[in-house]
Design a protein around this ligand. Structure first.
Ligand SMILES: [Zn+2]
Length: 111
């Protein structure tokens, strides 16, 4: 599978745009680059039945399932809405993401 270019990064606040959790807002826990998917905190929760093992009691485990990157939109901290993003390269060569609506740069959280 080819890698999709994405402006989304870990710890971004995003809105889910499709599926059963459409409209839900959460933070990106991790990005599965090779699969073009991401895990979003509290979104697309699936229940997994686990069998009791040596270290687990078993039962129902609730876990985030991945969502395709094309179904996620970054939330602009200023507009507080999901927005379209453009990229800009600053004079010092730093690449920034810019909200197409308000023109504000949206920082990526380091880590
Ligand atoms: Zn904005």
């Amino acid at each position: 599978m080819s890698k999709v270019k994405t402006y989304l990064r870990k710890n971004d606040r995003v809105m889910v745009m499709a599926g059963k959790d459409r409209g839900k807002v959460g933070k990106i826990i991790s990005i599965l680059t090779k699969r073009n998917r991401a895990l979003v905190e509290g979104a697309n929760i699936v229940k997994r039945h686990t069998k009791p093992g040596p270290n687990t009691r078993g039962g129902i485990l609730e876990k985030e399932a991945s969502i395709h990157l094309s179904n996620l939109m970054l939330i602009c901290p200023k507009c507080t809405d999901p927005v379209r993003i453009s990229r800009k390269i600053l004079e010092d060569g730093t690449k920034v993401r810019v909200c197409k609506r308000c023109g504000e740069a949206i920082p990526t959280e380091a880590k």
